[in-house]
Design a protein around this ligand. Structure first.
Ligand code: 5GP
Length: 120
């Protein structure tokens, strides 16, 4: 499956669509989710064209992989949820419920998040 360069996050990365950024570096852009599921709900994206975790884990460079996880650490500190706790999720494929086909990590926090999975 090839990367769809018309997906909404590709447009955000190209600055064709606005976002509320919280972090950016050479490899990563992070911004607020448009429909937050918790008081803190941030999306963390590699800037490279990776569809999902399968694609990223197989094909991203060590620098890109390190940058994504380092960014999470910086963002949770910056947003004040490092100590109170948070959840990092990446949905992949049909069973994972991925809607936007550009890899992204969700950071959720700011309240008790409850059980990890709700009944289907
Ligand atoms: P997924 O289901 O692919 O893991 O999550 C996609 C996420 O992207 C959803 O939480 C959704 O609210 C968010 N989203 C979809 N379109 C936009 C947009 O245009 N801007 C922002 N900031 N978030 C979006």
């Amino acid at each position: 499956m090839s990367y769809d360069s018309n997906n909404i996050f590709a447009k955000i990365l190209r600055k064709e669509i606005p976002c509320k950024p919280v972090y950016e570096d050479e490899h990563v852009l992070a911004f607020h989710d448009i429909h937050p599921q918790a008081p803190t709900h941030i999306l963390v994206l590699p800037k490279g064209a990776y569809r999902d975790m399968n694609d990223f884990s197989a094909n991203a460079s060590p620098a890109e992989i390190a940058a994504l996880f380092r960014a999470v650490g910086k963002i949770v500190k910056e947003l004040g949820v490092e100590e109170s706790g948070y959840r990092v999720i990446s949905n992949c494929g049909a069973n994972g419920g991925q809607e936007v086909p550009h890899l992204h990590l969700h950071i959720l926090g700011g309240r008790r998040l409850g059980r990890m999975l709700q009944p289907a």
